[in-house]
Design a protein around this ligand. Structure first.
Ligand code: 13P
Length: 289
């Protein structure tokens, strides 16, 4: 199946009360692990690419080529969207040109009027090419490629202004942050989520910072209108732990010399296990039968 935008998979998720996972990719192993797991579990999936990861992987065109090639060579038949994560305005335009099927423009750090103007321009561009577009209101805490948000809760009226522009999905800050949650994290603000949902209507909501949110809070967020959940750090941690165990066991010293295929295999498997674990919580397994 060719790359698809995220519209249909998110509409179905809203109707079926589950969430589609966005798993960020950083290299070939990451991408392969996520695609194989989605296929094995018959789950729709969104591959997220931050601007930093895009640069690392030799640019957006390389990413598009790699993902499209893998979908074909691995016989992936479940719906796959290739999505820019936390894009700048310029990054969004570059990914549109490169062939991404889905774009996030993160204008949350601009004054709302500027966020509206830039998001609106991208709504028009994405409409012409039938791409899905995610917008953000109320910065997500933590650090993502140098963009630091303070984890604020979004203003429902601002959310409505952005939703009414015709974006496909909306990321609204509800106390979620990227990376690990601190010990004293008060949890997601369901009050904010309910207020946002009541104001914006049927548009799918996106939960960033999926790492470390307890399963019961994730399920409650889904019941209140979240249809896409982003996970990055937990896959990185799983990869790190598996690779470290392999090295500490001295296995990297076996054989003729450095062999990336062997060294990266435990990490790749750890990502598969993590993606499966998350998909079980999100309820998206079997939804692409
Ligand atoms: P985590 O790194 O906390 O999983 O968040 C990922 C994310 O929201 C990407 O946009």
């Amino acid at each position: 199946m060719p790359l698809v935008n995220a519209k249909e998979m998110l509409t179905k998720a809203m109707e079926g009360k589950y969430a589609v996972g966005q798993f960020n990719i950083n290299n070939l192993e990451w991408t392969k692990s996520i695609l194989l797991t989605a296929q094995e579990l018959k789950a729709p999936v969104i591959l997220g690419v931050s601007e930093g990861a895009g640069k690392y992987m030799c640019g957006y065109k390389t990413v598009v080529g790699m993902v499209k090639g893998m979908i074909e060579e691995l016989n992936i038949t479940v719906p796959v969207a290739l999505h820019l994560d936390h894009g700048s305005f310029e990054g969004a335009k570059a990914c549109i040109r490169a062939g991404f099927s889905s774009i996030m423009f993160d204008g949350s750090h601009y004054p709302i009027e500027e966020n509206i103007a830039m998001t609106k321009a991208l709504v028009n561009a994405c409409d012409v090419l039938d791409l899905s577009l995610e917008a953000e209101v109320g910065a997500i805490g933590g650090e993502e490629d140098g963009v630091i948000g303070s984890g604020e809760c979004a203003d429902p009226n601002e959310c409505k202004q952005i939703a009414d522009l015709g974006v496909t999905m909306l990321a609204a800050g509800i106390g979620n942050i990227h990376g690990k949650y601190p010990e004293n994290w008060p949890g997601l603000s369901f009050e904010t989520l309910e207020a946002v949902k009541a104001t914006v209507g049927e548009i799918p909501l996106v939960l960033h910072g999926g790492t470390g949110i307890p399963a019961d809070q994730i399920k409650k967020a889904i019941s209140l209108g979240v249809a896409k959940i982003n996970v990055n750090t937990e896959c990185q941690l799983a990869f790190q732990e598996a690779t470290r165990a392999y090295i500490e066991a001295g296995k990297d010293k076996e054989g003729k010399g450095f062999d990336p295929r062997k060294l990266l295999a435990p990490g790749a498997q750890a990502i598969r296990d993590m993606v499966k674990q998350k998909m079980e919580i999100f309820g998206c397994i079997g939804k692409a039968e």
